[in-house]
Structures are given as C-alpha cells and as structure tokens.
Design a protein around this ligand. Structure first.
Ligand code: SF4
Length: 377
C-alpha cells in the first residue's frame, strides 16, 4: 500500500467561504466531472434548472463539462451571501470533484500519495505568510532523497535544496535551479553526478559569477520583463474578475519608458521587495513540491518555467504598483492578490503557456540566456 504524505498546510487548510475576498467560485470556468454532470442533470426541481448553465467542450478528444459563469462571472450556484447552494441544499458529497478538492492537490506518485495545497487560494497564501517558518514540507521526502531508485524525487529534492539556499538571493537561486535542469537534459547519462555538482558550494559560486558576467544590459532585461507582462495580461486585464488587480498597472506598463530613471527605480524597488522575498521563495518551494514531479526532465522544466513565470509576473506587478503608489510600501493583501491572480491565470494553463513559448521561441524550453534576461538583477 502506498504511503500517504500530507503537507502541514494541507492538514490545516480550512475554506473561509463567504469571508473570502478572492473566491474560487468566480472568474474562471469550473470543470464538472462526467459522473457529477449526469447526477446533476438527472435531478428534478429547481436544481435541474441550474444545470442548464453547464456546457460541453472538446479538449483533446475528451468532452469536458464546465459551469457557465453567471452575472459578474459568479458561479450560478452561489447565493447572495456567496455561499454554495449545492452544499446548503444537498451537502458536500453532491459537489463536483473540482469543487470538492480545490485548492487541494493530490499527486499519486510511485510509492506514495502526496497531498498539498495551491497558492491560487488566498487563504493558503495567508497561511504561508503568517508563519514564522514559511516553508514546512514533509521531512519524509528526505528519506526518499537517499533512495537511489527514485530519481524524480531526487531532482525535486535538489530543486528544493537550492530554492532554500538563502545565502543567495532569490533570482540567483531560481537561475541555479534552471541551469541544473538544463544540464540534466544535456548529459542525461550523468544525472547523479550533475545533481551532486549542484551541491558543491564552489561550483555554485563559480556559476553565479558566470551569470553575473553575462552580457545582458539592465535595459534589455527590463524590456523583456515588461513585454512579457504585457503579453500575459493582454487577455485578462479587462476581465471583470482580474481587472481590479491588473488594469491600472497594465496601463502604466503600456506607456513605461525605458530611460535611466525607470531603470534606477527598478534598482531601488529591488531593495524594497526584500520584504516579500521570503514569501515569494516559499510559494516557489510549495509549487516545486506539488508540480515538479514528472519522470521526464523536459516536463519538469516546463512546470518549472510556469512557476518561474508566475514569480516574475508577481514581482514585476508589485513593482508597477509601487510606482503607482508613489514608491510607498505595498500592503501584503495586494501582494497576495497578485500571487493568487497569476497562480490562476498562469499556473493552471500549462497548455496555453507551452503554445506561447513555442510561438515565441520555436521551442517550449527556454534558452538559459532568456531566463537570465528575465531574472538578472
Ligand atoms: S479561494 Fe480558497 S478560501 Fe476562497 S472560497 Fe475558494 S477555497 Fe475557499
């Protein structure tokens, strides 16, 4: 029988329902599994009327059922107090699998079932932020780290080891991981040796020196970030649900000038953003833990690129907010809402982002130079 491994956050998570400021019952299409769809559809009475709000869509040969959002993109099953009518009238068991599980994540692994939670829920981000020890992952993964057979866990464990290497700044840690993953694709026969190398302090310092000397100007790096931000927010900045978080900063980004003054502001912002670096690092660690679990290294890289893109967008959006706020501190709640926004629009869209990377670079896997351009300080 497989072991069951749960993160502390998973065990302690409670939905705050009508108290939630960024409900998961709004703003995006919610999937309904086929069994639930038929169960609901066979209902008589007022409930069956609501089932008319479910539509079918073809996704890669499969029929997917989705709840059509009502007025102001709210789930039609919500009452005026934002409580779920299905739970009230029928109980939790009547919910679809997606509604039952979100924001919980279940990963059925080779030797265990792992449970964790997603940063697409504001209550989860609040839990991380409020803790002194921000990263609390199950220590049982350390034991697996020593098991020679389970390479997937080993790669993930090395990623977590590097993301927690706080003697380096967060951008450096992210780049060290990306460099390690790319090396694994080039020299697959020496995976063990590569992983060991990325534990050697002297090697990491040498690598960071090479990255620092890379000839990418601050201006080019800034332009890359701004353009990526404009591309990603294009379809969302006017959406009712995301507009409050994205529209003002998207307007600023459209007209931003790439002068020395803006670059100077970016440099000053980096000092300010240290306040949230630990939170950003913790979100990255939790996402690596629950998403970078594929057997194929290229799949791990794409999951990692998704996570890194979310981080870059959150950090850059906080910068734009900081500019709009006359360079005053940005309250935690605004930062949290940006983490949730990008977790939803990027984190659940691997397919769309893969197409975006392929269109932009002909290859879904980034070149190391692109990662450096996005992250070099
Ligand atoms: S986003 Fe999280 S806290 Fe808010 S309603 Fe959904 S599960 Fe509950």
């Amino acid at each position: 029988m497989k072991k069951v491994i749960k993160t502390k956050l998973y065990k302690e998570f409670r939905c705050i329902a009508d108290q939630c400021s960024f409900s998961c019952c709004e703003g995006w299409d919610i999937n309904v599994d086929e069994d639930t769809y038929h169960k609901w559809n066979n209902e008589q009475g007022p409930f069956s009327k609501l089932c008319k709000n479910i539509y079918k869509e073809k996704e890669e040969e499969e029929t997917v059922y989705k709840i059509r959002m009502g007025k102001e993109l709210h789930c039609p099953f919500l009452d005026e107090h934002k409580l779920c009518n299905i739970i009230k009238d029928y109980g939790d068991d009547y919910l679809s699998n997606t509604c039952k599980s979100f924001p919980r994540i279940e990963n059925d692994m080779e030797d265990a079932i792992e449970y964790s939670v997603s940063c697409a829920c504001p209550a989860v981000v609040d839990m991380i932020y409020s803790r002194k020890e921000k990263i609390e992952l199950p220590h049982t993964i350390i034991n697996r780290f020593n098991d020679k057979k389970l390479l997937t866990y080993k790669i993930r464990q090395h990623m977590l080891y590097l993301i927690e290497a706080k003697r380096f700044n967060l951008q450096e840690r992210i780049l060290l991981i990306f460099s390690m993953l790319l090396s694994l694709t080039e020299e697959s026969s020496e995976i063990e040796a590569i992983l060991e190398k990325y534990k050697e302090e002297s090697y990491l310092i040498l690598l960071l020196g090479v990255i620092k000397d890379t000839e990418i100007s601050r201006e080019d790096s800034f332009i890359e970030k701004n353009e990526l931000f404009l591309d990603i927010t294009e379809d969302y900045k006017k959406e009712f649900h995301y507009q409050p978080y994205l529209e003002d900063i998207a307007r600023l980004a459209e007209d931003i000038d790439y002068s020395g003054k803006t670059l100077f502001d970016w440099r000053n912002y980096e000092k300010f953003s240290m306040e949230y670096e630990e939170l950003f690092g913790a979100c990255l660690a939790y996402k690596i833990y629950s998403n970078c679990i594929d057997e194929d290294v290229e799949d791990i890289i794409m999951s990692y690129q998704l996570i890194v893109t979310e981080y870059i967008m959150v950090n850059y959006s906080v910068f734009l907010k900081w500019l709009l706020n006359k360079k005053k501190r940005i309250p935690y709640e605004e930062v949290r809402n940006l983490i949730v926004t990008y977790s939803r629009i990027i984190g659940y869209n691997l397919e769309g982002m893969t197409m975006f990377w392929e269109d932009s670079f002909d290859d879904a896997i980034w070149e190391f130079g692109y990662a450096v351009a996005l992250l070099k300080d």
